[in-house]
Design a protein around this ligand. Structure first.
Ligand code: NDP
Length: 274
């Protein structure tokens, strides 16, 4: 991967950028809009939001103010837990679509596998996909057992599973399962919100490659073929997080980072959260 414009081809043929901007905790209105404008200026084309982030209107504002054709952007949003169920999801989607001010959403995700609901939610996503209102549908925070249950019923295989993923949580079993099924893994909290930047293995690599720990981690995502969506509202960080296409990690360094895995979650465990 040598350029920010490179994409992964999802299992339905849709192309998704390997790097995107996460906007969780970016305030609605100017904060999120300015972050997106800066990101687009330096070459990002993919934005990851969700109804629960309460900033879809600001995302929509940015989409309409920037001078990039809509078809060149890749917009992801998600249905929140209390909006799940068939009819509820169709309604939630329409609300998100209107806030974003777009005809079609590029990727719509089931945010968490809500017990007793996520199969109906998935049926609603299949309907939205069939009706051409979304270009691709996927899931988030699904473990193998959730995917197995989903695939037993599903007519459409999810294109993406967006999960917590960083050197302390690589989820190898889930990653392999997703690869087998043609489901692209996507990393949330790729930077652990900065919690592991002081780790000696990372700082050593940082010196070796002349890159920051954040850039090392984000490049490692790419080497492992994981889509990554670091969040920042700080222009210098938005830019730095995209400067990961001009170097490559040696295989042994990729393995070294892989071996940092401790199955450690900073976020919720999908089996306990919902
Ligand atoms: P990240 O790991 O992306 O870290 C973001 C934090 O790190 C922010 O506080 C940001 O600060 C800071 N930061 C960003 N870049 C740098 C840098 N180069 N150096 C130092 N600090 C930096 O965490 P997120 O949890 O936000 O995850 C990314 C995205 O994943 C979210 O925004 C969201 O889109 C998605 N997500 C999805 C979830 C799901 O359940 N599906 C759950 C959680 C996240 P600042 O903004 O002030 O620059």
């Amino acid at each position: 991967m040598k350029s920010i414009t490179e994409t992964t081809t999802l299992n339905n043929g849709v192309k998704m950028p390997w790097l995107g901007l996460g906007v969780y905790k970016a305030e609605d209105g100017n904060e999120v809009a300015e972050a997106i404008k800066e990101a687009v200026r330096v070459g990002y084309r993919s934005i990851d939001t969700a109804s629960v982030y309460k900033n879809e209107e600001g995302v929509g504002q940015a989409i309409h103010e920037i001078d990039v054709p809509r078809e060149d952007l890749f917009i992801t949003t998600k249905v929140w837990n209390d909006q799940q169920g068939y009819e509820e999801t169709l309604k939630a989607f329409e609300e998100s679509r209107q806030k974003l001010g777009v005809e079609v959403v590029d990727l719509y995700l089931v945010h968490w596998p809500v017990t007793g609901k996520f199969l109906d939610t998935w049926k609603a996503l299949e309907k939205l996909y069939k009706d051409g209102k979304v270009r691709a549908i996927g899931v988030s925070n699904f473990k193998v057992h959730h995917l197995e249950a989903l695939l037993k019923e599903a007519k459409v295989v999810p294109v993406v599973n967006q999960v917590e993923y960083h050197p302390l949580l690589t989820q190898p079993e889930l990653h392999n399962y997703c690869k087998e099924k043609g489901i692209q893994l996507e990393a949330w909290s790729p930077l652990t919100r900065g919690r592991i930047f002081e780790d000696k293995r990372l700082t050593a690599m940082s010196e070796k490659y002349g890159k920051t720990p954040a850039q090392i981690i984000l490049r490692w995502d790419l080497e492992n073929e994981v889509v990554t969506i670091p969040k920042s509202v700080t222009p210098s960080r938005i830019q730095a997080n995209a400067e990961i296409f001009d170097f490559q990690l040696e295989r042994e360094d990729v393995e070294k980072l892989n071996s940092m895995n401790q199955n450690h979650r900073f976020g919720a465990d999908p089996d306990e959260f919902v």
